[in-house]
Write a protein that binds this ligand. Structure first.
Ligand SMILES: Cc1cc2nc3c(=O)[nH]c(=O)nc-3n(C[C@H](O)[C@H](O)[C@H](O)COP(=O)(O)OP(=O)(O)OC[C@H]3O[C@@H](n4cnc5c(N)ncnc54)[C@H](O)[C@@H]3O)c2cc1C
Length: 372
């Protein structure tokens, strides 16, 4: 059972956030920056944040050419524009909060590999540049085919290369470590190993592993930032998990490229990390199998990634794969983020989908706006 002291001092907060991924932590920081007097608690079920934020590829991107064209087709021009603008704002807010050199920020730009299937996208570059002209100073995209050979890609496959000077890369681990430290510096309390079991009115229920009993925190406002795992707490949110597989090579002596690279509407992505290559994606090969919140490896996808690495990205180059891992994203039906007040005391914010590193600081600002 809890002591008088615990009940008196450790259970009551102005604001409780479930989930310490980039969205939960950015939201906590945004609240504390705006309302320094508020007592803010973050409850995280894992020893570390354990969803997508410590598992991703570290792209600071706003959408490749084919991805934006797909967004325009399946949503509309306004939504597609808004999404790019929000990601761009989010990147700028993240850089304001954490200095560039504390998150391994490197601006080598971004590229999209265009194969036969997407050649007609090139005709639409001017149209997309025009659509995005109010966001970026200059053209967001330009063709740089001369680099295909320099980068060592398979020219039978890569027919064109679309470059964006606005994209960058970060060191995901350093970014999350810095964000955790910054949150603690602001006086935000973070409890790890504490799975939120239920939220209702101004109560947040969690299981105390040592005492083997449920305990209840109270909070004027509870914010659920549990991404792919949100349905367990708020079933009506209809967030679907989507697993992402990633591999990393050992350092490659003569690695020929630097930057972040997209392919196939963003379903595949790779980058350099120093002299290593990080390569992920392939969810579209097994949508059903990857609609899971289990952090396991999908052999079929890892084999496909390895084959693409051999044949397209590093043909005729010697390399070894050092490690593989998986992370879990959360997807809403229309793939747009959601910030929703589900009751007087409870806000749910979810699903930055595949670009939460870019979007989360912007969404966090929207959430804090609801509190004022
Ligand atoms: C393989 C992969 C590659 C990606 N690459 C990129 C990229 O390059 N660029 C980019 O912008 N985005 C990328 N993303 C997406 C990005 O990582 C996510 O959009 C972002 O991290 C989502 O942050 P979040 O805080 O909303 O969710 P998460 O990071 O998933 O955080 C949710 C947290 O809630 C915790 N939690 C869940 N349930 C409970 C509970 N009941 N009680 C307490 N805690 C709970 C989890 O343990 C977790 O720590 C990638 C994602 C993956 C998986």
């Amino acid at each position: 059972m809890l002591s008088f002291w615990e009940k008196n001092s450790l259970l009551n907060y102005d604001c409780i956030i479930a989930g310490s991924g980039i969205l939960g932590l950015s939201t906590a920081c945004e609240i504390k920056e705006n309302f320094p007097g508020k007592e803010v608690l973050v409850l995280e079920r894992g020893i570390f944040p354990t969803g997508a934020s410590t598992k991703n590829a570290g792209f600071l991107c706003f959408g490749s050419l084919t991805e934006i064209l797909a967004d325009i087709k399946f949503k509309d021009e306004d939504d597609a524009f808004q999404l790019v603008e929000n990601r761009w704002r989010g990147i700028s807010l993240l850089k304001q909060r954490l200095s560039e050199n504390k998150m391994g920020y490197l601006k080598f730009g971004g590229y999209e590999l265009i194969d036969d299937k997407y050649l007609n996208a090139l005709e639409k570059i001017d149209y997309v540049n025009e659509l995005l002209k109010d966001i970026f100073d200059e053209n967001a995209f330009e063709i740089k085919d001369e680099l295909i050979k320099d980068f060592g890609f398979n020219r039978n496959f890569v027919k064109s290369l679309v470059y964006s000077p606005y994209e960058a890369q970060i060191d995901t681990g350093e970014m999350m470590k810095t964000l955790l430290k910054y949150a603690q510096f602001l006086g935000i309390q973070i409890i790890n190993g504490c799975e939120v079991k239920d939220v209702y009115k101004n109560k947040v229920a969690a299981y105390h592993n040592i005492l083997k009993e449920e305990i209840e925190f109270t909070s004027d406002c509870t914010i659920i930032c549990t991404n792919a795992f949100t349905n367990k707490l708020i079933p009506e949110m209809n967030v679907k998990p989507g697993r992402g597989q990633v591999l990393i090579t050992k350092p490659i002596n003569d690695l020929k490229f630097k930057g972040i690279f997209h392919y196939d509407e963003g379903y595949y992505y790779f980058r350099n990390y120093g002299k290593r290559v990080i390569f992920g994606g392939g969810r579209n090969l097994d949508f059903e199998g990857e609609e899971t919140d289990e952090f396991e490896q999908n052999e079929k996808i890892i084999n496909d990634l390895t084959q693409k690495l051999n044949e397209i990205i590093l043909p005729n180059q010697k390399y070894e794969i050092e490690d593989t891992w998986a992370g879990i994203m959360g997807f809403t039906e229309n793939k747009l983020p959601v910030v929703q007040r589900v009751s007087d005391n409870i806000i749910v914010a979810i699903s930055c989908n595949g670009m939460g590193i870019a979007l989360s600081s912007f969404i966090a600002r929207q959430i804090a706006g609801l509190l004022s």
